[in-house]
Write a protein that binds this ligand. Sequence first.
Ligand code: MOS
Length: 724
Amino acid sequence: MKFDQPAGQNAIDQLKVVGKPIDRIDGPLKTTGQALYAYERHDVQARPAYGYILGSTIAKGRIRRLRTDRARSAPGVLAVVTAENAGTVGKGNFNTAKLLGGPEIQHYHQAVAVVVAETFEQARSAAQLVEVDYVKAKGAFDLAEAKAGAGDPKGGPEQSSTGDFAGAFASAPVTLDETYSTPDQSHAMMEPHATLASWEGDKLTLWTSNQMIAWSKGDIARTFGIPPENVRLDSPYIGGGFGGKLFIRSDAVMAALASKASGRPVKVALQRPLVINNTTHRPATIQRIRIGAARDGRITAIGHESWNGDLEGGSTEVATQQTKLLYAGANRMTSQKLAVLDLPEGNAMRAPGEAPGLMALEIAMDEMAEKLNMDPVEFRVLNDTQVDPEKPERPFSTRQFVACLRTGAERFGWSRRNPTPASVRDGRWLIGLGMAAGFRNNIVMKSGARVRLDGQGVVTVETDMTDIGTGTYTIIAQTAAETLGIPVERVVVKLGDSDFPAAAGSGGQWGANSSTAGVYAACMKLREQIVQTLGYPADASFTGGRVRAGRRNVTLASLASNGPLVAEDFIEFGNLGEKFQQSTFAGHFVEVAVDSFTGETRIRRMLAVCAAGRILNPKTARSQVIGAMTMGVGGALMEELAVDTRHGFFVNHDLAGYEVPVHADIPHQDVIFLDEVDDKSSPMKAKGIGELGLCGVGAAVANAVYNATGVRIRDYPLTLDKYL
Ligand code: MOS
């Protein structure tokens, strides 16, 4: 099904099942331990061997000599694989560094060996006997130092310019020119990267934990130089990904190599320090923001430059993305520069781009409102735009930004905020209110599915779409139930297997809208087949488990009494996304309390008002948003990978040293979804919601801290030392 014009009235609009707060189908399986994660797949391989990865202890240089003989003769050891005996191991499109290092070392904890043994303990113990003699080279590990040498990324310059920014900024009566910084951060998902690998002849199966099955199948094939049809990935349950599992990582590649070398199925989980230094992270940014405005508060000039580091050939953090679209203003510029750093590779993490970008932009907006002596909500409302400010002929498909701000202000009690900082006390606590805009683009991706109707009237949906804890199983079941007119209990959803039709996958908050649209397409194809076979008119209805046309009707189950009916289709998207800018919007409001003696900061309450198209399931959507808000608090107050700038690694490489907040840290979180359908996003009329909940939260916290204390902190996270 091609989606290239606005959706008309369709089966989803009935909203009998879609739009209902249905409990997660996978919930009981997960809370009772019946959902098997990659490292627990005893259902497919009863007696696997265990692989243990050895990571490089230098960040840059090469291996002079590597001795594995002692490890090989240790108890239980089946094989030791290194670059010397692995054969040709290439690289996937989505990886910057090689997943098996040596003799060249590209970053700290790059995998240099995998030891395979009968038990995990034997493999871990023998790995200590591998002797690696390194020649260390000088590396660059400090973004602030490397920034001066930053240039354009591999694909060419990432910049935009509209009007005359420099002239307008120079002549603006009220201006701001400030620099903000965000640290390196780690995904910190619960389940580490893990893979169980097995070869049968030249066919490789990986039971793994992965967000993007089709991308990763392709990259495994590229890495080993084998045809994609010889690769199968299966990833039905994923214990969090947050961008860290968008691509294959060393657990998958090393498990496959280990299985080949030992002739056994082998499972590998990355130990927590390797999750941090062996895989990807969100790179630190330095961001300069300049805003010029007339005295009435209208923005006349807005500029946003961002710098980050990555390995040679790596990519930029697109931190300026929202600044191109969020506020009006005739004169604008954005620019992103990349410095070469020899730290582990940077990549997507929890709303890449907008999340760190808004951490800077939305403090700048708060500062600017204060300079203008305006309320921060009113300043943003005044500078709303209903069209792409760089291309005014392009309207937003929907944009309820002002309604998000107004609703949020009213529901949060914003009028009770005292704009004078450090003026409200509760005993020893200083109390502050802050707000920020939330913005995240809505991306759509081609997505396929197969549906099968059986003689019991049960519909099975198969797609390689993943559920990373987001609710995919549930919204896909709702979509099929709505489209085919059956109860949601009559739908079985199977996900994450590369043998199923390729889907959008989970990333960039595109999964929910795109994958359900693919399921809708497959269900509509099944409906067409049924209607044609029956000779019913095309507008026959599907309700209550029956197909009905006038006085004729028949049960779905009876149609499949001689064997299942199967239909497969995909949704692909035309150029509506070029004609209409598709984005999601929020208003984030936060109340903090800061201990006036120690600087300890506590979140007291939070509110997010979101406008993001049709909400397919308000329960799973709300869970996504409150989880994201919690991550936003982490980014504001705690999360920071500490860089050892001498040796080039992240020091706090475990969950004891890398702190994240939990829900118990935040006593009150509220989420409001504004009514919205976007007929230009897909037949579902939905948009992404998961990552929107995070975008803007960090700045809302920082602005609340400023309101509480009068201390303006522009360097995240807002730790106690910075209040002095
Ligand atoms: Mo998301 S960071 O695109 O998984």
